[in-house]
Write a protein that binds this ligand. Structure first.
Ligand code: SF4
Ligand code: MG
Length: 324
């Protein structure tokens, strides 16, 4: 069943006189209970804004978010909002700046428990913190230490324990491994997968490239300039990307499987991501697309189901059925 449903979400930020930064521009998707949806795109495409808007850190300018059957409203009562913030937690990219340097591990992890479980005694809370440390693979010895005494991977484990402390159902992991050494990235991804199984968690896993998301995501959504441009089962995305932007992102990662090499010639995109204050006319990708046609400059493509459960926003697939 569906845990979170997002319909026509819009989030714009003022960007000077009469100008709007269209960070999230009419995005719709859903995530099933226990599923991981990967959300991938270059920096500045709006993916973090999607995550933060889902967690109500930003108020949407349009569209709706339905969580566990309940529409999230900005005017909801404090009690309702508190319950939603408990159920929806975030793991941040930077395990350095996201932990308060002046607090011990005990204090960091206890904070949310104090707010959301005022019924627990101090002793019960301590026990809970020890359980959480164990869950994320840290020793109870660490409990009175400060963030700077830990490695990047350990700090990310503390961040995960803090998120889990309030027993959430849904976690937005915003590039949780991007700041870590490659050798540590797989450990954190494996930890997140293991915790998902044990706790029936649902994830939105945000990443700026396609190299690691495959290992954690059931489906992947690719974002470009505030819009989704492709959304499909993760195996299928790697096997048969449809959108030219996805093809370019995939071509940038080394693939160990030689059978796939013919499809993996490096596609180097021209230019930078255009300014989201003035997105290009027609298809927003046309200024960089190696396959752009005349129509692409004029007419915005629709997000269409080109093959079963395979959505793409590109004129190449609008008129013809893609054979599954
Ligand atoms: Fe490229 Fe045109 Fe497709 Fe946009 S609509 S991705 S410009 S082919
Ligand atoms: Mg970001």
């Amino acid at each position: 069943s569906v845990l979170i449903e997002v319909n026509h979400l819009i989030k714009h930020f003022p960007a000077g006189k009469n100008k709007m930064l269209r960070a999230v521009d009419d995005i719709s998707f859903h995530i099933h209970k226990g599923e991981t949806l990967g959300l991938v795109g270059e920096s500045g495409c709006g993916k973090s804004t999607v995550g933060r808007t889902l967690l109500q850190l930003y108020t949407p300018d349009g569209g709706e978010i339905i969580f566990d059957g309940q529409k999230l409203k900005s005017g909801a009562s404090a009690a309702v909002r508190r319950e939603h913030t408990r159920k929806m937690q975030m793991i941040f990219q930077d395990p350095y700046s996201s932990l308060n340097a002046r607090m011990t591990v005990m204090e960091i992890i206890s904070e949310g428990i104090i707010v959301h479980r005022p019924d627990l005694s101090k002793e019960e809370r301590r026990r809970r913190v020890f359980e959480l440390l164990d869950l994320v693979g840290l020793s109870p010895k660490h409990v009175n230490r400060y963030p700077h005494e830990f490695s990047g991977g350990q700090r990310q484990r503390i961040g995960i324990a803090r998120a889990l402390a309030v027993e959430p159902q849904f976690i937005v992991a915003d590039e949780p491994i991007a700041a870590l050494d490659v050798s540590i990235q797989a450990q954190i991804v494996n930890l997140l997968k293991q915790l998902q199984r044990e706790k029936q968690l649902t994830y939105l896993f945000i990443a700026h490239d396609l190299s690691m998301v495959k290992y954690i995501s059931d489906r992947i959504a690719v974002m470009y300039l505030g819009q989704l441009i492709e959304l499909v089962d993760s195996e299928e995305l790697y096997r048969r990307p449809l959108h030219p932007y996805t093809e370019a992102l995939l071509s940038a990662i080394p693939i160990p499987d030689p059978r796939l090499e013919h499809a993996r010639e490096r596609i180097v995109l021209q230019g930078d991501v255009p300014n989201p204050v003035h997105p290009p006319s027609g298809c927003r990708f046309h200024t960089r697309c190696p396959k752009a046609m005349d129509i692409c400059r004029m007419v915005p493509p629709q997000f269409t189901e080109a093959a079963p459960d395979h959505y793409v926003r590109c004129h190449l697939y609008e008129s013809k059925e893609v054979i599954a």
